[in-house]
Design a protein around this ligand. Structure first.
Ligand code: ADP
Ligand code: MG
Ligand code: MG
Length: 215
């Protein structure tokens, strides 16, 4: 999936719209098991990226993703800022390293399937970096419970609609989990029965990106 400046700029706009649309919902989810600011935090983050979209979208993709990560760290705040920031910055660094290696080996252009395999591997490393940063893993009721299955679907070359559906179900699946990380973990058993706000925002963004690639 080669991304040009117009694609990236459009995607930034769509992600911002999606978060804006669900800002209150994310806030309500976070009020139930946290401090209620996740919608506002994410909106601040996407607004900041949106303001810089013209400068960001003309960068090569790896540099653009790193920049988005940095802007997210600086603007989202809370627990989610450094986690989303790590994800995007690591994706950018991973893609940069991959491009460099490809150039050194002077490999021929990758076909679409090879590109996807490559991207899935870079995503796997980035997701691991998020887990390290949050000292969390699968089943802890966080955005990682969406990231892991999405990465697995991508690695198995699932179609965008399938990845989007997987993200949606994965976020819903956090409802029955006991939170072991972040503010929600202070509630112990009482965190069960509520969808995790970070997992929800992560699914919304994943679905937005997948729907774009479906078209
Ligand atoms: P805060 O909890 O600081 O108010 P947000 O409300 O913006 O930050 O984000 C909360 C979300 O961040 C949670 O729903 C969860 O998905 C994610 N999160 C919090 N702590 C961790 C952690 N240690 N590891 C992974 N994800 C986490
Ligand atoms: Mg919060
Ligand atoms: Mg907070």
């Amino acid at each position: 999936m080669p991304l040009d400046a117009a694609d990236l700029s459009a995607l930034i706009g769509l992600c911002r719209e999606e978060i804006e649309l669900h800002c209150e919902h994310l806030g309500r989810l976070d009020s139930a098991i946290g401090d209620g600011d996740h919608g506002a935090n994410m909106r601040r983050g996407l607004e900041a990226v949106y303001r810089e979209r013209d400068a960001i979208s003309v960068l090569p993709l790896p540099a653009a993703l790193e920049r988005i990560g940095l802007v997210l760290v600086m603007s989202i705040g809370g627990a989610a800022g450094p986690l989303y920031g790590t994800l995007l910055m690591e994706l950018g660094r991973g893609l940069a390293a991959r491009d460099l290696a490809a150039r050194e080996l002077a490999v021929r252009e990758l076909d679409a399937r090879e590109e996807e395999t490559d991207f899935a591997a870079v995503l796997a490393v980035a997701v691991t970096a998020v887990a390290r940063r949050g000292r969390s893993g699968p089943g802890d009721k966080t955005l990682l419970d969406v990231l892991y299955p999405v990465q697995a679907e991508l690695a198995s070359h699932a179609a965008p609609v399938r990845i989007a559906e997987c993200a949606r179900l994965a976020a819903r699946g956090t409802e029955m989990m006991l939170a072991r990380r972040g503010r929600a973990s202070y509630l112990g058993e009482r965190s069960i029965g509520h969808e995790d706000p970070g997992a929800s925002s992560c699914a919304l963004l994943t679905m937005t990106i997948c729907h774009y690639f479906k078209e």
